[in-house]
Design a protein around this ligand. Structure first.
Ligand code: ATP
Ligand code: MG
Length: 139
């Protein structure tokens, strides 16, 4: 059975472009409930650790650099079948391949600066949520 929580970040390209409110509206309109949220900034160490699964990939350095280039919004979202529902809402990693109406189609600038993060499994949603929020903050 799939879970009802996922984790998201609004990435630096979107926060600095002033799109945070529009993206949050879209998330809420799509039926997600915000269970925890914070506006913060990742250090190089934070971003390296968060994206450690990608450390062998050629874009890892660029990704860490980019994710520390401005503020991010981290949030835990709730909806039935949350991980898959949210991945459908954000669209493909590469915005040129993302479907019409998805958050990345509307707001992403490039494959690296792609506006939002969405967890890819229930297990990773729990790990990523715990990276930013204590268990009390996730209640
Ligand atoms: P996210 O994990 O952020 O939701 P995703 O699951 O769609 O994105 P991943 O394959 O997990 O995609 O890649 C993580 C992030 O690394 C992407 O969101 C993007 O910011 C960056 N990235 C992925 N592929 C590339 C690439 N070819 N060049 C530059 N950056 C990339
Ligand atoms: Mg991913």
């Amino acid at each position: 059975m799939s879970g009802n929580r996922t984790f998201t970040m609004i990435k630096p390209d979107a926060t600095t472009a002033g799109n945070t409110g529009k993206i949050l509206d879209k998330i809420i309109e799509s039926g997600f409930t915000i269970r925890a949220m914070k506006w913060t900034q990742l250090s190089k160490e934070d971003a390296s650790r968060f994206y450690e699964v990608h450390k062998e990939r050629p874009f890892y350095g660029e990704l860490v650099e980019y994710m520390t280039s401005g503020p991010i919004v981290a949030a835990i979202l709730e909806k039935e079948n949350a991980v898959e529902a949210f991945r459908n809402l954000i669209g493909a990693t590469d915005p040129s391949k993302a479907e019409e109406g998805t958050i990345r189609k509307m707001f992403a600038k490039s494959i690296a600066a792609n506006a939002v993060h969405g967890s890819d499994s229930d297990e990773n949603a729990a790990i990523e949520g715990a990276f930013f929020f204590s268990s009390r903050e996730q209640a």
